[in-house]
Structure formats: C-alpha cells, structure tokens
Design a binder for this molecule. Structure first.
Ligand code: NAP
Length: 276
C-alpha cells in the first residue's frame, strides 16, 4: 500500500476508512464493526471519526472495533467548531477519548471554522499535544483564505486539511491543493465517492465495466494516483471494504485519465470550497 507523509514525517497508508453515518442504525452495527476490523486487517489502518457523528455513537462504535488493536490504528478525531476554544477543546477531546476507549488521538482536526479565533484553536491544539492527548493536529473544510490566516497565527504545525474532493468536486485543484502541496500538507479527501452518488454516473460505469473494475474502484484509484491525497471512503460492509482496498491496486492508463478529465472537467478558475 502506498503511503502518505504528514509534514511531521509520519507516514500512513494512502487509503483510510470513514465512519460518518455509522452507528445510526442498530441493525447495521455488527456489519459496520466487522467492516472496520476487516479494513484494519487489510491495511486500511487510518480511521476517521468525529464527535459529531451519530452524536458520539460513531466514536463508541470505533472504540469497539479497535478494542485490543489500538496500536495498529492511526486514529483521527474531529472537534465541533464551538468546542475549539481554550476551555472547551480539552473537555471535548477527553470525552472523545473516553468514547473511543483510548488515551490519545493520532490526529485531531477542527471540523470546520466557527466563531472561535483560529489562533485560540491553535493554542488549544498545541496544549493537547504537550499533554500527550493528541499526537498532532489539523483542520477540515478550510479554504485558502482561512489556511493563510491559520499559517499567520502560529498554525505552522498543522498537518492536513480534510476537504470534500472527488471526481465531481474538483474545485480545490485550482488553488487550495497547490497551496497545501507547497507546504507539504496532504489532503484528506472526504466523500471520495460522493456518498455513493458518483457510482451511478453512466460514463464511470462504462469505464469500470471496460476493465473489469467497479465505479468505486475507478473513483478511488483516480484519487490514489495523485500525490498527497488520502481518501477516506466509508464502507459499511466487508464486501465494500474489500472492493475499496482493491482499488489501491488499480492503475489507470493515460487514456483512462484523459477520459475522466473529459467526463469530470478540472476547474478553470477559483471556486469556493464546498462542504457536506
Ligand atoms: P463516501 O465515503 O463518499 O460514501 C459512503 C457511501 O458510499 C456509503 O453509502 C457506502 O455504502 C458507499 N460505498 C462505499 N464503498 C462502496 C463501494 N465499494 N461500492 C458501493 N458503495 C460504496 O462518503 P462519506 O461517508 O460522506 O465520506 C467518507 C468519510 O469522510 C466519512 O465517513 C467521514 O469519516 C469523512 N467526512 C468528513 C467530512 C468533514 O466535514 N470533514 C464530511 C463528510 C465526510 P455502505 O455504507 O453500504 O458501504
């Protein structure tokens, strides 16, 4: 499995696992836990979660999935913007650690920008690093202007920006991704199959069928072929995890890449960062 390096030198597998919408339906719980565990066994050791997901229940589910296997996992958490203050971030982090059944997060992200000044969030994150509660920190859903402000207010140790990026959401290619690449910061690409909607695209279905792959595999392989992109698909079944893991072995030809550019054109100018 290809790896991605954070600015602090830490390497992680280039394909991770998302958990939004997990723990919403008790009938799917055992499948979701089995999917995450299978993913770990297949080398998808980065797991992304957030205090927001299922109101903390997603973290509990992740905790159950990684019980006894914590050291295999690169665990990513996210804090609500309203919790990203000097006083509240330590409490939010402690609550997440408790639900996850662990003593540290490998990466802690500001979920999106809210009313707390970025400088205060940076200071709160750095205090959590000093306390050993988190090993590094980053942000999510921040566009170039916010990233520039972050860098100017002491945020030079930010490790990543987790953003909406997939074949149908190529806007960040114009300015945000080059900005991040210049600073050696990888992109965590969320909703890499557009929450499943992308998989119904006729052109993608045809391309996939022509090479005995699936639309999800083409969409993920396109992301994985790029430098510094770490997609985090959410898969609620073992079968989807297998399929997604196999995408890391799909190499797109130049002709296939050109076809994807025709089907999903790159941006021609700046576009505001979209979020889901
Ligand atoms: P996604 O990963 O693009 O799509 C998930 C959907 O695709 C699920 O319905 C899943 O179905 C389906 N799927 C996955 N693999 C498949 C396959 N091989 N074949 C067919 N269907 C497949 O969307 P997402 O969950 O929004 O994004 C991924 C992760 O990014 C989230 O779970 C979360 O961790 C993170 N995220 C972060 C933010 C943020 O603001 N930072 C926002 C959104 C998401 P099954 O469940 O049935 O497998």
């Amino acid at each position: 499995m290809k790896t991605i390096r954070f600015p602090d030198g830490t390497a992680v597998p280039a394909l991770g696992q998302g958990t939004w919408m997990m723990a919403e339906d008790p009938a799917r719980r055992s499948d979701e836990i089995a999917a995450l565990r299978e993913g770990l066994s297949l080398g998808l050791t980065l797991i992304d979660t957030a205090e927001m997901y299922a109101d903390g229940e997603s973290e509990r589910l992740v905790g159950e999935a990684i019980a006894g296997r914590r050291d295999e996992v690169f665990l990513v958490g996210k804090a609500y913007p309203q919790n990203a203050s000097r006083d509240r971030l330590p409490r939010a982090c402690e609550a997440s650690l408790d639900r996850l059944g662990t003593d540290r997060l490998d990466l802690y992200l500001l979920h999106w920008r809210g009313g707390v000044p970025l400088a205060e969030t940076v200071a709160a994150m750095e205090r959590l690093v000093a306390a050993g509660k988190i090993l590094r920190w980053g942000v999510s859903n921040l566009d170039v202007d916010d990233m520039t402000e972050l860098a100017e207010c002491g945020g030079e140790r930010c490790q990543t920006d987790q953003i909406l990026y997939n074949l149908t959401r190529r806007g960040p290619e114009y300015d945000l991704m080059p900005w991040l690449a210049r600073r050696g910061m990888p992109v965590m690409a969320y909703s890499p199959v557009e929450q499943g909607r992308l998989l119904a695209h006729r052109g993608l279905i045809e391309m996939a069928a022509a090479r005995d792959a699936t639309p999800a595999q083409i969409a993920l392989a396109w992301l994985l072929a790029q430098n510094g992109i770490l997609p985090i698909p959410k898969a609620g079944s073992v079968a989807h995890v297998w399929e997604n893991r196999a995408a890391a072995d799909v190499t797109l030809s130049d002709a296939e890449r050109r076809r994807l550019d025709d089907l999903f054109p790159p941006p021609r100018g700046p576009e505001p960062l979209a979020m889901l």
